[in-house]
Design a protein around this ligand. Sequence first.
Ligand SMILES: *Cc1c(COP(=O)(O)O)cnc(C)c1O
Length: 399
Amino acid sequence: MMQSLESEEYYVGNLYQRFPVNIVKGRGCRVWDTNGREYLDCMGGYGVALVGHCNDRVVEAITEQARNLITCHMSVYNETRLRFLKKFNSIAPKSLKKTFFTNSGTESVEAALKFSRKFTGKSGIIALNGGYHGKTFGSLSVTYNEKYRKSFLPLLPDVKFISYSEVESIPEIISRTENKIGTVIIEPIQGETGIIMPPPDFLKSVKEICIANDVVLIFDEIQSGLGRTGKMWAGQHWNVEPDIMCLAKGIAGGVPMGVTTMRPEILDSLKVGEHSSTFAGNPLACAAASATLDALVQDNLVGNSERIGKLFKNGLLELKEKYKIIRDVRGMGLMIGVEMRFDVKNILLDGIKNGILLLYSGRNILRLLPPLVMDEDEVNKSLHLIDVLLQNEEKRRLG
Ligand SMILES: *Cc1c(COP(=O)(O)O)cnc(C)c1O
């Protein structure tokens, strides 16, 4: 791309795969560009636009909080923060009673890894092939993709990656590992890698092994949590509660915020100052997060995610019958992957021309993470547009 003084690239480098669209406005599942053109947003800001762009509840909460107080360090108390914590505790997995505030996904994972290390005193970590947990050094150490890791070695030393089928060998890995395994970290459904579902008994088996060996189980629900999969937590699909859970992405309606929530004894094992963040528990973010939880619960967006997600997935399964270029359709709720036989870049670019924003995973997977406020009309319109894009792609590929 040309690097003129008028292009962002001139200032920000080229770290992101970018698409030629300039967004100025959003509402619900729709966004508009500088020319006033409307797009259906199935990219959902990588899942951040969870409760819809400019959700009324979130806009009101931010506006009101901004008039009163924008910053307030954790070393002093704040009512807005307490209001969020109470609300969050009422929906969090029952045994996870204490929460550390962060500002992003990778920071939630960093905190989880440090807290587990302190609590168990063991440095060994088991992570999953294909897992994605962020790109700061600690999180990157448990992120699988070589493409992200290779320029930054050495990372944390005691990480062992396993495949889903190696679950049976975890006890053996624990017993023979010199730097004792204290932590297992898992995305209940892998997002970045292409909406990969675990085998049916996998999470349950891992949980049992963790209990038997005093190992802390971390669920990274940064992408799958907060109703995305049709239940509040993806772990609920398999009735498994972790010891620590990481959240971020849409938790504050688009305002940067994350949380690491855990069994109280884990957080209580740390002393004053052993971990902290200057922005932690920011009242503006907490106000937005309270409003986001209200939207999820009171507007039943979790139920909507399940219902609309089924419609969307069924429609895509029909398209799979129609187009040979689709290899697989999978996912739960509004976390859906469409694996193609080819690179999807042309489909994404064609999507922009046709008024729909889509997301990719790897080279050949379309990932759909639309806002949970999506309605039937918007699903049908999305399906129609995807149908057009696939027709165009099949013509390009197969003539
Ligand atoms: C997005 C994501 C992260 C990283 O979050 P950032 O806010 O980009 O640091 C970590 N884990 C999962 C599962 C994610 O989807």
